[in-house]
Design a protein around this ligand. Structure first.
Ligand SMILES: [Zn+2]
Length: 336
């Protein structure tokens, strides 16, 4: 099996390697071919908010993920679809180090949608795997790598995995460039690292920009440890994470969550909207697998769903005050 980093050279960028890999899979794997072809004709609509927008994608194939049963019993009863012995025979892999396999996701949201799955069946956990997330993002320039917490959108909470897709697909990346100088609250400004909090962005978001993996991990650790104290009954604090690399630095967006699914998911009849928000939704693309939901979803629904699944203002304030004070207490190198 090829090692990803060995396939990249001066003539071929990471993005080219990944897109060729996906093309080859579409040729040799009928399911992938059909579903990527289907993606070309999915319907999309846009909702404009102050300074940013949300895209809604109508994508029937994502019903598996949106409606996935992720309770303990259901997980114990099913064969894990990420374990090597259960994966489709047509699905090829590129190795990333010893621990991860890069796979083409046969139920795409992105034009090139990858799943990066652990070689071994171990639980989905963030902090111990955050360095790997940063390394993956740095290797996959042009792509954003996503982490969905075990209770925040992962459809295999028992098998460690990330996903990745083209960075220009989710509005969050462009929003961030605009909003960091307007509505973002600067929590820390250092030589290599800047950290912002966004509280008026429908969802709550903490964003890190850093050229240092060590400092990036320090900020992530401060965030994680404080958030963990605030959600002591969870395996890990509930979150989604997006990470990308460009021009020598990482951009990491952390979305602290308080609910796995909104009330609309569990409602019946007309009240129901089948949406199960994960990283892509928090990144600004709501994925709805049912026609009726795509047709009826309103701006108010989007505001309501985001506020139900994101932490509230009080908790976010506690979190940001703590991050600000820890980081400014000489934890990492300050700007002059
Ligand atoms: Zn597994």
């Amino acid at each position: 099996m090829d090692q990803f980093l060995n396939l990249i050279d001066t003539n071929k960028s990471a993005a080219q390697v990944l897109s060729e890999f996906a093309e080859a899979q579409k040729q040799s794997w009928l399911l992938a071919k059909d579903n990527y072809q289907g993606l070309n004709s999915v319907e999309v609509k846009f909702f404009q908010f102050e300074g940013f927008y949300i895209k809604v994608q109508f994508n029937t194939e994502r019903i598996r993920s949106s409606a996935a049963k992720v309770d303990k019993e259901s997980i114990a009863e099913r064969k894990c679809f990420l374990c090597n012995e259960n994966r489709p025979v047509e699905q090829q892999a590129i190795a990333f180090g010893d621990q991860f396999l890069i796979l083409v996701n046969p139920y795409p949201i992105f034009k090139t949608h990858l799943t990066i799955s652990s070689n071994t069946h171990i639980d989905q956990r963030f902090l111990v795997n955050a360095t790997a997330l940063l390394e993956l993002a740095a290797a996959m320039e042009g792509f954003t790598v996503l982490y969905n917490g075990p209770e925040s959108g992962a459809s295999a909470p028992d098998h460690l995995h990330f996903q990745a897709g083209e960075s220009d697909f989710m509005p969050v990346n462009q929003d961030f460039e605009k909003l960091k100088t307007t509505s973002g609250q600067l929590l820390f400004s250092g030589v290599n690292t800047h950290v912002w909090a966004f509280e008026n962005y429908l969802r709550k978001m903490i964003s890190i920009e850093t050229s240092s993996i060590t400092e990036g991990m320090e900020v992530i650790t401060v965030f994680y440890q404080k958030f963990r104290e605030l959600q002591p009954d969870k395996f890990e604090p509930m979150m989604n994470v997006l990470c990308s690399w460009a021009k020598g630095k990482w951009t990491i967006h952390l979305f602290p969550r308080k609910a796995h699914r909104p009330t609309q998911f569990f409602a019946r009849g007309d009240e129901q909207i089948l949406i199960s928000p994960g990283s892509v939704d928090l990144g600004g693309v709501f994925v709805v697998p049912r026609r009726q939901d795509f047709d009826k979803i309103t701006k108010e629904d989007i505001v309501d769903i985001m506020s139900q699944v994101s932490v509230n203002q009080e908790l976010f304030a506690i979190l940001t005050v703590e991050i600000k004070s820890k980081l400014n207490g000489n934890l990492i190198q300050h700007s002059k």
